[in-house]
Design a protein around this ligand. Sequence first.
Ligand SMILES: [Zn+2]
Ligand SMILES: [Zn+2]
Length: 374
Amino acid sequence: MEGTMRAWYVTEPGKMEMREVPIPQIGPKDILFKVSYAAVCGSDLHAFDYGMAIQHYPIILGHEFTGYVVEVGSEVKDIPVGLRFMGTNIQWCGECDDCKSGNVFNCPDVTKNGLGFGVDGVFAEYCVLHNAMLNISVYPLPDNINDMEGATCEPMCVGAGLADALDVQDGDHVVVYGAGIIGQSIVQAIKARNKCEVAIVNRSTFRLELAKESGADYVISPTADKPAIDSLREIWGTAEYPYHYGKDSEACNVDIAVECTGNPGIAAECFHVVRKGGKISLVASYTDDARAPLAPADIYFKGPKLVDGLCGNFGKSVQLMSEGKFKTTHLITQVFPLEQLPEAIAAAKKTKNSCKVCVKVDPTAPDYPYNKQD
Ligand SMILES: [Zn+2]
Ligand SMILES: [Zn+2]
């Protein structure tokens, strides 16, 4: 496609500038799409601040979006121009053992060209999805999901995939640490899937209020005097298990603990609160040098099961949102036009009164109601 577009380029960690550049060209397997709405991810903040997962500079960040297909490559047969969709950039190598056995999502290359990390992302008016495949990297959006909500299907896919991966059972006691959109997606997905009780832990009382709307049964704001573990014991009691030494190693009656804060101390706490044989999943961005003060006794005596936190399910996320089981309007707290991306990033860092920050990339896109905060 001819013409130019506005795009935010990150030129080095902590620096970005808006440029007017030619609309990118596509290859035979690619699609070009116009970005309607995008959303700021926690990983965008890490990528911007210190280059987490960034493959090269300059780069356009952003991977959460609703887009409209405007051009398809000559080999793309099943994706029509005009399609409204959410999706991601996936390029597996086709050569490694995982690819050959059909396990393509375990290919080491799969996210090397991740949107907004390896290839240019969606904080631009147009964007290319390489190697586009319907229902693998391109998910059509049903009419009852608006463009702004569509941009939240990507983060919500974490909960959609994790609830199944955790194999939650009716009657389970689940604690989720962190009430950002990932934590909220896990609460919503578990409550949609099972009759069980979910507690969520966060210091921000604002986010805890949002979590109640997401369906959390208990909200816990820990303090120095009253750590979350004390509240969890009050709610569900303690779980005795053989061979432990004294009260400190008494677990809570927690079947599943999920860590979505990125705080290594909380990762260790998950091992401490689960019952014997409980399940733990870590679902956050940790820096490479982060270390958790793990009590080996929590592992040796309780034998918890670790569940891979990198298990999102895009298709299911779109489906749950279309069915009204995923709700994100209350989680969207700020919306900025594309030219105010730096303000959007700053707002996303102020977790006291924000949850999901969206970017209205296309100025002609409609406005939608959301949970507007200053
Ligand atoms: Zn994301
Ligand atoms: Zn491969």
